[in-house]
Write a protein that binds this ligand. Structure first.
Ligand SMILES: [Fe+2]
Ligand SMILES: [Fe+2]
Length: 199
């Protein structure tokens, strides 16, 4: 017998929040406290879908290599795998896995995308590392494209300077090896579900 309290599975075309109560104002200016009492709790429903959206976006990175020796998903997995095998904790590994997730949303400022996604869930050090990794990664190639590879030096007084430089040195700039055996995305899915679960 079907458990009537169970939330029915969603179809591809059904909005994820279709079973939740809705408000009916036409502008924020006319919304009421009662409206916001309906909306507020539903933020957790949206948060519950974040891990699936993140995994979907990571899968999409498989389809883009941008000229690099490995596709963008493999680079992400390889960065995370290298960090995990080096004994880094779960938050750090998630940051490593997601650091380039914005590559095809904002190619010229992609660190901002990942930094925003992890911001409320990681330490200030990990957030700073993700947000600034692009400039630190520049140490390894910017001199080839007419940029200053020492741009990272502007942050030398930051408490997170060495931490971020180490991330690029050990895990990010090394993660383009097509012979490396990275963990599959499925290995990280439970970790992502736990990381993004509503609190
Ligand atoms: Fe990057
Ligand atoms: Fe990267």
């Amino acid at each position: 017998m079907t458990d009537v309290t169970e939330t029915p599975p969603l179809s591809d075309t059904e909005p994820a929040t279709s079973h939740q109560p809705m408000t009916h104002f036409k502008s924020f200016a006319e919304s009421t406290a009662e409206d916001w009492a309906i909306i507020g709790p539903q933020l957790a429903n949206t948060q519950a879908l974040v891990a699936d959206k993140v995994i979907e976006q990571l899968r999409y990175l498989k389809h883009d290599h941008g000229g690099f020796p490995v596709d963008r998903l493999e680079h992400s997995l390889q960065t995370a795998t290298r960090a995990e095998r080096d004994g880094r904790d779960d938050d750090y590994v998630v940051c490593a896995l997601l650091h380039d997730i914005g590559d095809n949303f904002a190619p010229y400022n992609h660190p901002d995308i990942a930094a925003a996604i992890v911001k409320t869930r990681v330490s200030e050090a990990n957030h700073w590392m993700v947000q600034h990794h692009g400039i630190f990664q520049g140490e390894y190639f910017w001199h080839h494209i007419g940029l200053d590879r020492d741009t990272h030096l502007q942050f030398v007084d930051s408490p997170y300077y060495d931490y971020t430089r180490e991330f690029c040195a050990k895990y990010d700039q090394t993660a383009f090896d097509s012979d490396y055996k990275s963990n599959p995305l499925e290995h990280y899915e439970p970790l992502l579900q736990e990381f993004f679960a509503p609190k």
